[in-house]
Ligand binder design. Structure first.
Ligand SMILES: Cc1ncc(COP(=O)(O)O)c(C=O)c1O
Length: 397
C-alpha cells in the first residue's frame, strides 16, 4: 500500500492537466478531523497511560459492538493479528494452512512465521479471492485452518468456505486487513471464522497514526488466550503461563482510531460512491470492454473498496502512460506469493496458480478514497481513455 511517507509533498489535489497527484491523500482526511484527533491525543498525553489501558479497552468494545463480535483484542499490527490467531490455535511445525497466493505477503508470511506450511489455492478470476471450490482438493491430514483474505475490501465467498471447514473440522481465520466494515449476507466480515484479523495500517480504510491491529472472536476462551499472548503469555504481571510476545496496542493509536471509527460509515459510503462514479465514467467512455472494471458485486457482498482495481492485458504500458499524465496507480500485487523468493522452498513453479498469476500481470489499482475530487477522478478515466484511443483493443480483441 502507498505509505504517507512515500507520497512526498505534492499538492493534495491539482486538477490542472498533467500535474501529478497523490494515489492516496490522507491529509484531506486529517483536515476534516484535526480537532477531534488532537483532543483525543492530548487526553492520552495528559493521562500518561500509553500502553493498553482504558483507551484501548474502549476501542476494543466499540469495534466489537460495531462488527457484532463478542470480543475484540487489540494488538501491534495486522501481521501480529494473524500470528496471534495462529499461535492461539497452537498452529506450527507440521501443520498446513490453506490460503491464497494473491495477497499481501503478511497473509502467508504469518503462517510460515509460526512454522506451519502455507498451502496455496488459486483465486476466482473475477473477485480475486480464494476459489472456494478448489479448497477441498488442497486438504490433507495436516491441514489445520483455512485463511481466506477479503481482498481489496470485497468479502470472500464465506458460505462454501465455512462449509468445507466444518466438514473437515478446520479453523477459519479471516484476513480482514483490507475490509473493515464490509458485510457478507448482512453480517460483518471478521465475525464468520473463529478469528477475524484486522490491520489499522495508516492507508487502510480505518487507519491509525502508525502500526496497529486487532482480532475479533466470539469465543471468550480464545479472547483470553489472545490477551495473554500479546503480553508475554501472562494474565498476572510477571507470572507467565505460556510463551507469548509483545504486541500491545498503544493508547495513542486507540485514541486516534476511536475518533476515526465514528466516521467510518460516512467514509465507506464515500468510497462506494467513488466506485460507482468510476463505473459510470468508464461506461460513458465506452471502455468497459477494453479494460475490466470491477463489476457491482451481488447483493450478498458489500464491497468497501479499499482498492478499485481494474485489469488490462497491457497493464505495464498503461501504468507508464498514466504516469506521463500525472495519474498515479499501484500494482497490488506484481508477484504471487508462491513465486516470491521467500517461498521458493515450497517448490511451486510458475503455472501452479494460473488465475492468480494472470491477475498479477494485469491488475492496476486506481486512486480511491472518500475525499477524491471529481476532477481528479475525471483525469484518471480521461487518461485511460486517451491510452485506449491509441489502438488498445484490450479485452475487445
Ligand atoms: C491482506 C493483508 N493482510 C495482512 C496485512 C498486514 O497488516 P499490517 O501491515 O498491519 O501488519 C495487510 C496490510 O498491510 C494486508 O493487506
Amino acid at each position: 500500500m502507498s505509505t504517507p511517507a512515500a507520497r512526498g509533498n505534492q499538492p493534495a489535489s491539482n486538477p490542472s492537466t498533467n500535474a501529478p497527484f497523490d494515489f492516496l491523500d490522507l491529509r484531506a482526511q486529517f483536515a476534516t478531523i484535526r480537532d477531534e484527533v488532537m483532543q483525543a491525543v492530548n487526553k492520552v498525553f495528559e493521562s500518561q497511560q500509553f500502553i493498553l489501558g482504558s483507551e484501548v479497552k474502549q476501542l476494543e468494545d466499540e469495534v466489537a459492538a460495531k462488527l457484532g463480535a463478542k470480543f475484540a483484542v487489540g494488538c501491534g499490527s495486522g501481521t501480529d493479528a494473524l500470528i496471534l490467531a495462529l499461535l492461539a490455535e497452537e498452529i506450527g511445525e507440521g501443520d498446513e494452512v490453506i490460503t491464497t497466493p494473491f495477497t499481501f505477503v503478511a497473509t502467508a508470511g504469518s503462517i510460515a512465521y509460526v512454522g506451519a506450511k502455507p498451502v496455496f489455492v488459486d483465486v476466482d478470476a473475477v473477485t480475486f479471492n480464494i476459489h472456494p471450490e478448489l479448497i477441498a482438493a488442497a486438504i490433507t491430514p495436516r491441514t489445520r485452518a483455512i485463511l481466506p483474505v477479503h481482498l481489496f475490501g470485497l468479502p470472500s465467498d464465506l458460505d462454501p468456505i465455512l462449509e468445507v471447514a466444518r466438514k473437515h473440522e478446520l479453523i477459519v481465520i479471516e484476513d480482514a486487513a483490507q475490509a473493515i466494515g464490509s458485510h457478507y449476507g448482512g453480517k460483518s466480515i471478521g465475525t464468520f471464522g473463529q478469528y477475524g484479523c484486522f490491520s489499522f495500517f495508516p492507508s487502510k480504510n480505518l487507519g491509525a497514526a502508525g502500526d496497529a491491529g486487532l482480532i475479533t472472536t466470539n469465543d471468550g476462551k480464545l479472547a483470553e488466550r489472545l490477551q495473554m499472548l500479546r503480553v508475554h503469555g501472562s494474565r498476572k504481571r510477571y507470572y507467565h503461563e505460556m510463551i507469548g510476545t509483545n504486541s500491545r496496542l498503544h493508547a495513542l493509536q486507540a485514541a486516534v482510531l476511536r475518533v476515526k471509527l465514528r466516521h467510518l460509515d460516512a467514509w465507506q459510503k464515500g468510497r462506494q460512491e467513488r466506485a460507482e462514479r468510476y463505473r459510470r465514467l468508464f461506461e460513458q467512455a465506452g471502455l468497459s470492454d477494453v479494460i475490466r472494471v470491477p463489476s457491482r458485486p451481488p447483493a450478498k457482498y458489500e464491497h468497501v473498496y479499499h482498492q478499485f482495481t481494474i485489469r488490462s492485458p497491457r497493464r505495464d504500458e498503461l501504468k507508464a502512460f498514466l504516469q506521463t499524465r500525472g495519474v498515479p496507480s499501484e500494482i497490488y500485487y506484481p508477484l504471487c506469493l508462491h513465486l516470491q523468493e521467500a517461498f521458493a522452498y515450497l517448490g511451486l513453479p510458475e503455472g501452479s496458480f494460473p488465475e492468480a498469476e494472470k491477475a498479477s500481470r494485469e491488475v492496476l489499482s486506481l486512486p480511491i478514497y472518500p475525499e477524491l475530487p471529481d476532477a481528479l477522478q475525471d483525469r484518471v478515466v480521461g487518461a485511460i481513455a486517451e491510452f485506449c484511443k491509441h489502438g488498445d483493443r484490450g479485452y475487445r480483441a
